[in-house]
Design a protein around this ligand. Structure first.
Ligand code: SF4
Length: 339
């Protein structure tokens, strides 16, 4: 077992696809609410996704109050798992949140910053919801330091608690390798708002492969206009359009890394001589091979909404599933001041 190799004991391994189901469901509902309010409040749309801390840090530091109202308040999958582990799981096990050490394995270093935000610190229990974040590349390095290859490690049965597991196989979500936010919010909104059942999405590439859009049209009229924009070059373009009031979108999946999370800075690096583009393609193909489950069909998550979230009350449930953003004041000192 891997824990014998790494010299620490892991009692449970949960699956981020499971907490991502909460994130996708909340994003879908939040979008539909915002869409219905769009005539009363000009800052409800486009709704910009919130799962990428690289993008959130940039928005808070660079564009503050101008952009923050557009960002979805739904927590990322990492911080949804934080709520589940230090809230529901702790209660079920009769433990205090402090008695649990929660480690997340993630594709980038920015996820460490996300875990350390004050919004995700439990003041009463004096503990973080996610205590430590390590990247997949760091896991690989730890194994290499011990001279261990994953192929040689004896497999352990999958943990079925807080995991999207079916017949010994993890289930993922359709759409991009960054969580599939655009895909799931689009199909849900098309059904809820316009009664349209969308089976397949048709993406149109704009400036480059990291900026694509999808529309829902009826009788030549655009009803929904969604896009994904990856990498800071495309993000800056989107932000400039928003500032000028010229963004045509209702929803944008925003990710800081070019090609999204499968290309995150903390992911496993290419082997010597391996072409990085080929590795990326291989990772993407493997990701797409996984069996998928629609968030609305996940009965175990639906049960938790009933048994856990309904019992804590509406206000508390909102805190557990959503978050806040804070504009960072620009520092002005003698060196940065322009005279
Ligand atoms: S896009 Fe990159 S920075 Fe953003 S969450 Fe994914 S891996 Fe992290």
């Amino acid at each position: 077992m891997i824990e014998d190799v790494l010299n620490f004991r892991v009692h449970h391994v949960f699956d981020t696809s499971f907490s991502r189901t909460f994130s996708l469901l909340e994003s879908q509902r939040e979008f539909v609410k915002r869409f219905k309010r769009k005539e009363q409040d000009s800052k409800t749309l486009p709704m910009l996704t919130s799962a990428c801390p690289g993008w959130i840090c940039y928005a808070e530091k660079t564009h503050g109050e101008m952009i923050l109202p557009y960002i979805s308040t739904t927590r990322s999958p990492q911080q949804m798992m934080g709520s589940l582990v230090k809230g529901h799981f702790a209660e079920q096990q009769g433990l205090s949140p402090q008695q649990i050490y929660h480690v997340a394995v993630m594709p980038c270093f920015d996820k460490k910053l996300e875990a350390s935000r004050s919004d995700f610190y439990l003041n009463e229990a004096e503990t973080r919801e996610v205590d430590c974040v390590i990247t997949s590349g760091e896991v690989q390095k730890m194994l290499e330091e011990k001279n261990v290859s994953l192929k040689d490690v004896e497999p352990a049965p999958l943990d079925t608690m807080f995991s999207s597991v079916s017949e010994d196989e993890f289930l993922s979500h359709s759409g991009s390798g960054s969580g599939g936010y655009l895909h799931h919010v689009f199909t849900y909104a098309a059904k809820q708002l316009f009664g349209e059942e969308v089976k397949e999405l048709t993406y149109k590439t704009l400036r480059n492969k990291d900026f694509q859009e999808v529309t829902l049209e009826k009788d030549g009229v655009v009803q929904l206009s969604f896009a994904f924009t990856y990498g800071f070059r495309n993000i800056q373009n989107l932000v400039q359009k928003l500032k000028r009031g010229k963004s045509p979108y209702h929803f944008v999946e925003v990710m800081a890394c070019p090609s999204g999370c499968i290309n995150g800075g903390g992911q496993v690096k290419p082997l010597p001589g391996q072409n990085p583009k080929e590795l990326l393609q291989k990772v993407e193909d493997l990701y797409k091979e996984e069996r998928t489950l629609s968030p609305e069909e996940d009965t175990r998550v639906a049960e938790l909404y009933q048994s856990w979230l309904h019992s804590v009350g509406e206000e508390r449930a909102k805190e557990l599933l959503h978050t806040h953003y804070h504009a960072v004041e620009k520092m002005i000192n003698g060196l940065t001041m322009k005279w």
